[in-house]
Ligand binder design. Structure first.
Ligand code: RIB
Length: 302
């Protein structure tokens, strides 16, 4: 069984579904309020675990009731929390999410996620050393992202950076990452004023730009490839679709699927994930992937 370590945020999502957003100073009635497990890191870890990899989480939660629930949820998903720290300086991370017309906007408050440090990464070295693959995103501080990238590069551990939320990163680090998966907004933050096709060509089979319902684009060494998204039966909540894509992509890579198959496998997982409320609720189990009409037997993932 492949071992994957996910470094990143573990948060509670406070989700409000509204027909429109209020103007400044206005009060409106919302349609639905939910509290869900979230955080890009935790969502990716859940995707990885549900799709059958042995999963380690590196992160932090606060010393509060939310922290208890967040850790219990990861354990319930079969994820190792040995490297999830309890910090006292900050409350557990939170995200305030507005869902409007099937799309969302998010305010993220890092809290304890911002307390993950280089030292936390160093303390988790044993987990990295035993891993076939490492996943990280930008809901932890920049120096943690840089430290993890540098460590994985030095130790030849394949690493995927999902640069969400978008923030600039030096070429030196971009070059050390094995896979990079920005959406269009994040792409333009990483590569301002550059044509997407040119940058893709510079990073063949490494840079995958996710385009939501339009699928994913990358350069395969010969040409730009566009892999279409699968049409979901219905769209309930797109929160966490990107995280599901990244987790599933990581699992597929460890199964040595071709790059195109990895993208298709990940696209299918993402399209299944948006058919339920909440970032983690819809993330499919491997069996649910296999039950899908779009599942390809050649993927042969156990
Ligand atoms: O990618 C979705 C996640 O980002 C949510 O679960 C929320 O925690 C946000 O930060």
């Amino acid at each position: 069984m492949a071992r994957i370590t996910v470094v990143g945020s573990i948060s509670t999502d406070f989700v409000v579904t509204v027909s429109r957003r209020p103007e400044l100073g206005e009060t409106i009635e919302g349609e639905l309020f939910e509290t869900n497990f979230g955080g890009k890191g935790a969502n990716q870890a859940v995707a990885v675990a549900r799709l059958g990899a042995k999963t380690n989480m590196v992160g932090a939660v606060g010393n509060d009731d939310f922290g208890d629930l967040l850790i219990a949820n990861l354990i319930e998903e079969g994820i190792s929390v040995e490297n999830v720290e309890r910090v006292t300086e900050q409350p557990s991370g939170a995200a305030f999410i507005n869902i409007e017309a099937n799309d969302n906007s998010i305010i993220y408050i890092p809290g304890a996620n911002g307390e993950v440090t280089r030292d936390s990464v160093n303390r988790a070295r044993a987990a990295f050393d035993q891993s076939d693959f490492v996943l990280i995103q930008n809901e932890v501080i920049q120096e943690v992202v840089e430290e993890v990238i540098a460590y994985c590069f030095e130790n030849r551990i394949p690493i995927l950076l999902n640069p969400a939320p978008g923030r600039p990163l030096g070429d030196g680090y971009i070059n050390k990452v094995t896979y990079l998966t920005p959406n269009e907004t994040e792409f333009s933050i990483l590569f301002p004023d550059e044509k997407m096709e040119d940058v893709m060509k510079r990073y063949p089979n490494k840079l995958f730009v996710t385009l939501g319902a339009q699928g994913v684009k990358y350069h395969d060494g010969n040409e730009i490839v566009k892999v279409d998204a699968f049409e979901p039966q219905e769209i309930i909540d797109t929160t966490g679709a990107g995280d599901t894509f990244n987790g599933a992509f990581a699992v597929a890579i460890t199964k040595k699927l071709s790059i195109k198959d990895c993208v298709e496998f990940a696209n299918l997982a993402a399209s299944l994930s948006i058919q339920k409320h909440g970032a983690q609720t819809g993330i499919p189990l491997l069996n649910e992937m296999k039950d899908s009409e779009y599942y390809e037997k050649k993927w042969n993932i156990e």
